[in-house]
Design a protein around this ligand. Structure first.
Ligand SMILES: Nc1ncnc2c1ncn2[C@@H]1O[C@H](COP(=O)(O)OP(=O)(O)OP(=O)(O)O)[C@@H](O)[C@H]1O
Length: 353
């Protein structure tokens, strides 16, 4: 639905400084009907990337196509028409304070020259969809942040776009309101089949609703894939640090302090076993104990859900012979769970974390 081919964007340096390469060779395909998240730290190039989709920023080089249309090649009238098919919502909502909820949602339709009856026929179901029918005559100043964003969403949907761009749409909202807005976006995606592109600096937002994710750093996409895969097996250190902020992959300090890279005389290895999807239901601990005669001392553990599928890690001290531990590791790998030896601890370490 949206394709980026070798997209670059360079801004002239401010105050005579060096030019800034905000986008540095972006190749990305966003499929029809998917919720695609783009995450990165401040300055990574996220806003620039989302703004080249509707040519609010023109790429310095490369090509952006939306539904097969080469956006760079459009003249002013073509671009106006193409933009009607691309809705956008913003962090600070961008509502007109002098207009009521109804009139804010109606604005794009008025500008497109629709009749009052046609406008009403479109705006009323949209207010219903975003749950604001009872607020239609209120002004933005009388609304909460979440309600303002609902108006923004209804307004973006008024021209029946095929694509909705969300520029940090929940960053100004509290966690509970964020969840309700994300649920609304997921609902709209499912009901209308709309393609949603969402930029954020919060991995929790990606985890909540995105199907796929791209991680940006210094104008480049450094990792991309299905959200479940990226969360359960992040490859790039930046991605790992984003992921650990929401799935607790980090070990407690008290355990890290006691871990030794080398085996300790009389000590025991520490294993991290990772469960994914249906495999999270495998009774692995009791199997290892029965089959290999190991005692497993649980040091740390966590189960999370990503896109409705369970994902968990369990950190255990394995007490038993070296051969039994090796056989257990082979058994875990054969069973499609993953296991990693994190290090070694002195015997009799008490559970921490
Ligand atoms: N109009 C501009 N003129 C000059 N430099 C710009 C302009 N817009 C963005 N930049 C620079 O381009 C880089 C990428 O900015 P961009 O806003 O796309 O990042 P971002 O990931 O969205 O960051 P944030 O999360 O802080 O909004 C930054 O170094 C920024 O300073």
């Amino acid at each position: 639905m949206i394709e980026f081919h070798g997209v670059e964007k360079e801004f002239p340096g401010r105050g005579g400084g060096a030019a800034v390469k905000a986008l540095d060779g972006i190749d990305l395909n966003i499929g029809r009907g998917e919720i695609f998240g783009i995450i990165g730290r401040s300055g990574a190039g996220k806003s620039t990337l989302i703004r080249v989709v509707n040519m609010l920023e023109r790429p310095t080089s490369g090509r952006v196509t939306v539904a097969g249309i080469d956006m760079n090649a459009l003249d002013a009238a073509g671009l106006r028409a193409a933009r009607r098919g691309i809705g956008m919502i913003f962090q600070h909502f961008n509502l007109l304070s002098s207009r009521t909820v109804y009139d804010n949602v109606a604005l794009p339709l008025e500008l497109a020259g629709l009749k009052r009856s046609e406008i009403r026929a479109k705006v009323e179901p949209l207010l219903d969809l975003v749950g604001l029918s009872d607020k239609r005559d209120r002004y933005p100043a009388e609304l909460s942040g979440g309600q303002k964003q609902r108006v923004g969403i209804a307004r973006a949907l008024s021209s029946e776009p095929k694509v909705l761009l969300c520029d940090e749409a929940t960053s100004a909202l509290d966690p509970e309101t964020t969840t309700s807005i994300l649920r609304l976006l997921a609902d709209i995606n499912a009901k209308l089949g709309l393609t949603i592109v969402l930029i954020t600096h919060e991995m929790a937002v990606i985890k909540e609703i995105c199907h796929r994710v791209a991680v940006m750093e210094a104008g480049r996409v450094i990792e991309q894939g299905d959200v479940f895969d990226v969360f359960t097996a992040p490859r790039h250190p930046t991605t790992r640090s984003f992921v650990s902020s929401v799935v607790g992959a980090e070990l407690p300090d008290t355990l890290v302090e006691r871990l030794s890279a080398e085996p300790l005389p009389g000590g025991n290895p520490v294993l991290r076993i990772t469960f994914k999807g249906a495999l999270a239901n495998t009774p692995i601990i009791s199997q290892l104990t029965r089959r290999f005669g190991l005692d497993l001392n649980i040091l740390h553990g966590r189960i999370d859900h990503i896109q409705g599928a369970p994902f968990g890690t369990l950190v255990v001290e394995a007490v038993g012979s070296a051969e039994a531990v090796q056989a257990a590791i082979t058994f875990i790998n054969v069973n499609n769970l993953s296991v990693e030896v994190l290090g070694h601890v002195p015997a009799n370490l008490r559970a921490v974390g």
